[in-house]
Design a binder for this molecule. Sequence first.
Ligand SMILES: [Zn+2]
Length: 381
Amino acid sequence: MEQQARAEDALGLRMIGDDLYNTYEFFKLYVSSQNPGDLTWSVGSTGVLARNPCEAGMKKYIGCDLGGTNVRAAVVDVETGAVEHATMIPTLAREGYMAVIQRMSGLILGVIEQSGLPKSEIGGIGIGVPGVLDIERGVVLFLPNLVGHWTDVPLSRLVSEQTGLPVKLINDARSITFGEWKFGAGQGVDTMACFTLGTGVGGGLVINGRLHLGIGGTAGELGHQTIDFNGPQCGCGNHGCVETYASGPAIAAMGMKAVAQGQKTRIAELVNYDMNKITPAIISQAAQEGDPIAIDIYEQAGYALGVGIANVMVMVTPHRVVLAGGVIAAGELLLGPIRRTVQQRVFVMPKEQVEIVPAALGINSGIIGSALWAYEQRTVV
Ligand SMILES: [Zn+2]
């Protein structure tokens, strides 16, 4: 609390008020205001050993995924990646964070009960959270896509109090990255980049055999790299991010625009001219049926992603780039233009050694990654 108070004082946040908390501005100020000495408290560490010897042999952890629509939890065997007793409940975020946390804790306890395991055999809980966190203190700083006042919420402590188990938090895209690396499409490589394509475009990096966390766990926001100096404004506050061209809503918006402009497209027929029903899946279906406008929409999204992937390839030289999330269901419609763009844009590293592949674990990657994260963090003093 003292450190939080110091950070708030440094920013004058108490005077600025709540509005600021609800924007990425808060996050940027929050991070940039820290001097390097202060930053250490919010940087995750995985290197310190042995806090509680009785936890050492445990293999079962709870992975939990806090989403805008649903909360999912399951028992995960952290040695095999096996997911058991996966259960889902609606988030009902508008009821406020305390109600969500109570329901989440009840869900977790229910999953443990279903498993038949005594609580003493569960090593801990990992929660993937869609927003900006202080992973060291287990605090949610803010969640851009969840209604309710999720600012400075000590999620880790609250769930721990209600479940009687240790709790670790991780950004949801980083948990997907971690899960795919250990047990999914990223297995066997020491450096990997992951893009998560959904409501937004998240990401994560594994570098030299470690999940790269950076300041407070915020590294790897691959969807918020600028690919167009003067592009549309992104939800993060920047202009021309990958996310503004390749998120699910961005792809749907291209379809809506085509229909609104009166262009002749199968997309309009598939939704019976109801714009609200246009989704990336509908556009994908139209493209599969040969609709040139739908094909072009995926061409544009793939081009934007391809430019972003080319940037990451040049900067990080990953052996593998993993694409996760609902939008990747479009398959070659998206992967084709991505691969062509990368071919046309990368020259200073051996691009032929980089595999660009879809994720392998489906909706379980985040749950697996969160559980693994709790397992890996078990030894931090
Ligand atoms: Zn952005």
